[in-house]
Design a protein around this ligand. Structure first.
Ligand code: PAF
Length: 293
């Protein structure tokens, strides 16, 4: 596995990859969720490039940039074992040299939910991912369902800026009790960790009501909200049901819906979501509805 830290080296290395390339952009502290993206990329491409870069431009000043979990040694061992061909580990100065002034902004979708709460966040994501696409020139890029809004924003960017990249969306990987894997889960103490599983239980309850025929987004939302409200450790930020292609209100109740939850549990703010009907939460369903497949 080649480790690369400069842009010149990455460009050079990319020239020698003469078949299909899958890119898995990450911020490190890799868990089984990342490894499943890499495994899928490995299966679908001839070469796999992973990037590890804690992107300062997607953190607000009060967020956890400094304390974001880091484990480079552990990450490299996992990537080696997963059969990754090339890992790109740039420094902030390599990505954003003195005088950096260009940003990529997607309108509208970025103003809702996560974008409303974290105003600069998506601009940081689209800027860094467009740079990574330009550098790695992948055929496919792999993202997790957990950050569903990020995926839909990136899909819009790929479409609008004509990046020749397929966005593949892989299902959220969960702990045994349903908690979505996230690098930030390490911040949870034992009691918070127990409560955190309720995010998934809230989605499941809504999913079960949907399976029984309930289609009213407001009723489905209330069912999920009640599960979260029954635990005093959980500070619910939002439970929202949206049209997955626009992140706006659901118009046709028979079309797929996306239910999203965000909550502060102790130090971390955790996210989770699922498509309804539940059967769509597969790589194929997710990539069709949220990605470019
Ligand atoms: O999802 C993430 O880990 C990040 O937002 C990404 C896509 C690597 C961009 O920094």
């Amino acid at each position: 596995m080649k480790q690369i830290v400069t842009i010149a080296e990455l460009r050079q290395a990319r020239k020698s990859l003469l078949a299909e390339v899958g890119l898995v952009p990450t911020m490190g502290a890799l868990h089984d969720g990342h490894l499943s993206l890499i495994e899928t990329a490995r299966r679908e491409n001839d070469y796999v490039i992973v990037t590890i870069f804690i992107n300062p431009k997607q953190f607000a000043p009060h967020e956890d940039l400094e304390g974001y979990p880091r484990d480079i040694e552990g990450d490299l061992a996992k990537l080696q074992k997963a059969g990754v061909d090339l890992v790109f580990l740039p420094s902030p100065l390599v990505m954003y040299p003195e005088g950096f002034r260009t940003y990529v902004t997607v309108k509208e979708i970025t103003l809702r939910l996560e974008g409303e709460r974290r105003p600069e966040h998506f601009r940081g994501v689209t800027t860094v991912v467009s740079k990574l696409f330009n550098l790695a020139q992948p055929d496919r890029a792999y993202f997790g369902q957990k950050d569903a809004q990020q995926v839909v924003v990136l899909r819009q960017m790929v479409k609008d800026l004509n990046f020749p990249v397929e966005i593949v969306v892989c299902p959220t990987i969960r702990e045994a009790d349903g908690l979505a894997m996230s690098s930030r889960n390490v911040y949870l103490n034992a009691k918070e960790r127990e409560s955190a599983a309720r995010l998934f239980h809230a989605l499941q309850e809504a999913g079960q009501a949907y399976e029984k025929g309930e289609r009213d987004p407001e009723l489905l939302r209330t069912i999920a909200l009640e599960v979260l409200n029954s635990d005093e450790i959980i500070r619910t930020d939002y439970v929202s049901i949206v049209d997955p292609s626009t992140f706006g209100a659901v118009i046709y109740q028979d079309d797929p819906m996306l239910i999203l939850v965000a909550a502060q549990i102790g130090r971390p703010r955790l996210l989770d979501n699922c498509l309804l009907p539940w059967g769509l939460n597969t790589q194929e369903g997710l990539s069709t509805i949220l990605g470019t497949n």
